[in-house]
Design a protein around this ligand. Structure first.
Ligand code: ADP
Length: 222
């Protein structure tokens, strides 16, 4: 379960405090999927970073799996993120010097008690995103859509409870975006993650059962 209660975010500026998010509350359970749209600068990424425990809120509470990540010490927080949260960004953020398989395995390297099945999970995910034959390739040898499919496999290799995507299809052509979106939904259903996707694409947003828009610092249902 993800619970966001009365979340507020302000940034200090020389002209005073700049309010970005005001009193946002949201509860999502395993298997839920929501999209968030909104104009540029409306705070979508900020909200995603707070929910993903990358950025603390100014006020309010975030709990994931009954844990408030912002109460954890730095090392525990890093482990919490590694275990519970997968991220896909607009830019794939793959390591150029590593193979496709090594990229997907990256999150498993820092996990302390990961067991021995990380390789099998990574290979299975790469099969599922249609890249089973490309595991030894470097990212530079892949198309934009293929790189995003690797990023999706990497985000899911730890079987996270929460999958956060910030403009996952923003840099892709229409056909590649469609493939990535379909895989995203398929893997979300299979792993029963909580899925939150920030997007500018009304086509992608329309595929979600629940759609929100950030409007005047508030999360509004559409
Ligand atoms: P979106 O993802 O909807 O485009 P963002 O969450 O990136 O919006 O940004 C929301 C607002 O917060 C923008 O006006 C941005 O300039 C501001 N902002 C983001 N990060 C900071 C920061 N570290 N300090 C001050 N303002 C920031």
């Amino acid at each position: 379960m993800l619970e966001v209660a009365n979340l507020t975010k302000e940034y200090p500026t020389p002209q005073g405090s700049l309010a970005i998010l005001s009193d946002i509350s949201l509860t999502l359970a395993r298997g839920d999927a929501v999209s968030i749209m909104g104009p540029s600068g409306s705070g979508k990424s900020t909200l995603l970073y707070i929910v993903g425990a990358l950025e603390p809120p100014s006020a309010g509470r975030v709990t994931l799996d009954n844990q408030n990540p912002f109460e954890l010490k730095e090392r525990e927080l890093a482990a919490f993120r590694n275990r519970k949260i997968g991220f896909v960004f607009q830019d794939h953020c793959l390591l150029p010097q590593c193979s496709v398989l090594e990229n997907v395995l990256t999150p498993t390297l820092v996990a302390e008690d990961d067991g021995n099945d990380a390789q099998a999970r990574a290979r299975a995910l790469l099969e599922q995103v249609g890249l089973g034959e490309r595991i030894a390739h470097r990212p530079a040898e892949l198309s934009g859509g293929e790189k995003q499919r690797v990023a999706l496999a990497r985000a899911l290799v730890m079987k996270p409870l929460l999958l956060l995507c910030d403009e996952p299809t923003g840099h892709l052509d229409h056909k590649s975006a469609e493939v990535v979106a379909s895989l995203l939904f398929e893997l979300h259903r299979q792993q029963e993650t909580i899925l939150i996707v920030v997007t500018h694409s009304s086509e992608l947003a329309a595929r979600f059962p629940t759609r929100y828009e950030l409007h005047e610092q508030q999360l509004v249902k559409r």
